[in-house]
Design a binder for this molecule. Structure first.
Ligand SMILES: Nc1ncnc2c1ncn2[C@@H]1O[C@H](COP(=O)(O)OS(=O)(=O)O)[C@@H](OP(=O)(O)O)[C@H]1O
Ligand SMILES: [Mg+2]
Ligand SMILES: [Mg+2]
Ligand SMILES: [Mg+2]
Length: 366
């Protein structure tokens, strides 16, 4: 595996492009709040009825374009959620136009994030190429970028939480992860830069979290409207190891996780607080920064979890001091392609090893 020290350019580029991508999302989500006749956020339903928006395609295009500019297209591999099928047909011209506008508007600001920008606005074909290039299926060998352009699209269209998630895996191991969380309420005392110093305990909105495997450190930066922030704050996961005091988070949608199972498990462990139901990988972010102690997702047995829904969150939680496994206590396997193959029932992420041991034993008895 590559030495972690050699990942400076990858880490720096990934963090900067997630800032840029998050700024695109903020603008599209603002437009979605407008009456439908005036917004060009465009929400479409995919074959499985899940939503996809201008932001999902737009983020995938700019991340793909920037990574290709910085690292070249040779040996270029990105595993990402979206494809170009429903964007390329003739009925989708208005949609493609809206994606182009969002992408070019964002890329025109790329220099403010220390990133390359195109000499002239990208043509629709270049945008489709950038999105379509992200069709790698990953696997056990080599380097693969892993991107969920908008995780929690349902939360995004509802004006709620969502995340931009980018990770790099090599030989099946997650080397680095970045999570953009534009609506995450961040305590101001965490943010040493870019936010006004109002009273203690006040809250600001929007951050980017990131971590490099093996560094023992996870970081958070504020999301600033004007560009890239100058500093970052170290994150630490909670040391609370008594389930009675733990905050447990889980998906909002019943279809995505078995709320009855997790309620039975947490009740049997003595958890007192109501579960915190949050869209997207923001649940991993909440563990990494100490706002919650446990995240559990138990999907239906017919559903296979995808690597882009977890890679970035797992490395950030682990480097912040947390522990992530399946319900059998095994590490998640990012080496088998697009899916987390062999996952035992569900995912359990905790803020520390002691708490993880307790919750995991509880799950094994169920
Ligand atoms: N049936 C089913 N079961 C489990 N998981 C599913 C299922 N269908 C989809 N997905 C994936 O779940 C991602 C959203 O997960 P969340 O934890 O954010 O769920 S929730 O929206 O809060 O309910 C969501 O990510 P995005 O598509 O990026 O939003 C999907 O990849
Ligand atoms: Mg997702
Ligand atoms: Mg997504
Ligand atoms: Mg989706």
């Amino acid at each position: 595996m590559a030495a972690v020290e050699s990942l400076a350019t990858e880490m720096d580029t990934a963090v900067r492009v997630v800032h840029l991508a998050s700024s695109l999302c903020v603008k599209v989500q603002d437009k979605l709040r407008l009456p439908s006749s005036t917004n060009d956020g465009h929400v479409k339903a995919k074959d499985d009825d899940s939503p996809v928006t201008v932001a999902d395609w737009g983020v995938q295009a700019i991340v793909s374009w920037v990574l290709a500019e910085v690292f070249g297209t040779q040996n270029f591999s990105i595993v990402a959620e979206e494809d170009t099928e429903s964007l390329s047909n003739t009925e989708s011209l208005a949609l493609l136009g809206a994606v182009s506008n969002a992408v070019n508007e964002a890329l025109s600001e790329a220099h403010k994030y220390g990133l390359p920008k195109p000499d002239k606005p990208l043509e629709s074909t270049e945008i489709l190429n950038a999105i379509g290039r992200c069709n790698s299926v990953g696997g056990p060998k080599g380097r693969h970028w892993v991107l969920d352009p908008v995780d929690g699209t349902l939360g995004f269209v509802r004006g709620d939480q969502y995340a931009v998630a980018l990770a790099l895996i090599e030989d099946g191991k997650v080397l680095l992860g970045v999570l953009g969380c534009p609506n995450y309420p961040v305590k101001k005392e965490f943010l040493s830069n870019g936010c006004s110093q109002s009273g203690a305990g006040s809250v600001s909105k929007g951050c980017v979290m990131y971590a490099k495997r093996g560094s023992g450190q996870a970081w958070m930066q504020p999301l600033l409207p004007g560009g890239y922030p100058e500093s970052a704050t170290l994150l630490k996961a909670s040391t609370v190891d008594d389930p009675v005091l733990a905050t447990v988070c889980e998906p909002v949608e019943r279809a995505n996780s078995n709320h009855l199972f997790t309620a039975g498990l947490t009740n049997s462990m003595g958890v007192r607080k109501q579960p915190m139901r949050v869209y997207s990988m923001v649940k991993y972010a909440a563990i990494a920064c100490g706002d919650a102690e446990v995240f559990m997702k138990f999907a239906q047995s017919s559903y296979k979890e995808k690597i882009w829904d977890h890679a970035a969150g797992v490395v950030i939680v682990e480097e912040a001091g947390g522990v992530v496994s399946d319900a059998g206590g095994r590490k998640l396997d990012f080496s088998k392609g697009v899916y987390l193959e062999g996952l035992d029932r569900g995912i359990i992420a905790c803020s520390n090893q002691v708490l993880h041991d307790k919750i995991n034993h509880g799950a094994q008895r169920k």
